[in-house]
Design a protein around this ligand. Structure first.
Ligand code: 5GP
Length: 178
């Protein structure tokens, strides 16, 4: 399928499942190297991260744990600017090495807020692993230590990312057609 339609909007194939698989393996290799001998807690940001988190974990060969939180600010294809709270972080993260697992860093506001929130709970370290980064859209300084793809300012769906709730199930990535 080289084009798809979601809620009447057209999208075209841009990144294949094979390319995603390769890029996710590369991120896993870096994490395996950097966290050798440690036991990081991977903290996935739902809903968008679920496929990335699943595939990434399968390629980690270090001791690691995983947990999930929610923190969503996106409706449709533009950032609302409304940042909601972190929901569901039950365990203590004091002294832990945290790797935030995110689907995409756009303006960076979500990750900035997340890093601030986690920082008040005294973790040993906090790093961000994001499948996608859109550097042209960054509004705040956010250090994404691990990223699989740097992409231009386009709205994408698939592999966990949605357009108004739909499209998360596609194994490949599709770009919105204007
Ligand atoms: P930020 O706070 O960095 O502006 O936004 C991050 C969140 O916006 C992501 O976790 C994701 O939910 C959503 N988002 C940003 N860009 C896109 C995109 O191109 N496609 C989709 N589906 N969601 C996006």
């Amino acid at each position: 399928m080289s084009t798809i339609q979601i809620h009447g909007k057209k999208f075209k194939l841009s990144i294949t499942r094979e390319q995603i698989d390769e890029a996710v393996k590369n991120v896993a290799r870096e994490i395996n190297r950097d966290y050798k001998g440690k036991r990081p807690l991977l903290l996935g940001v739902l809903n968008g991260c679920f496929m990335f988190a699943t595939d990434l974990m399968k390629h980690l060969d270090i001791e690691c744990e995983v947990s999930f939180v929610k923190l969503s600010s996106y409706q449709g294809t533009t950032t609302t600017g409304t940042i909601r709270e972190v929901i569901g972080l039950a365990e203590s993260i004091a002294g832990r090495d945290i790797i935030i697992i995110e689907d995409i860093v756009d303006t960076g506001l979500t990750m900035q807020r997340m890093v601030e929130t986690l920082g008040t709970r005294e973790p040993a370290s906090v790093a961000i692993a994001s499948l996608f980064v859109k550097p042209a859209r960054l509004m705040v300084p956010v250090e994404v230590k691990y990223s699989a793809f740097t992409i231009p300012d386009r709205f994408i769906v698939g592999y966990g990312l949605d357009y108004n709730g739909l499209g998360r199930n596609f194994p490949d990535i599709y770009d919105a057609i204007e």
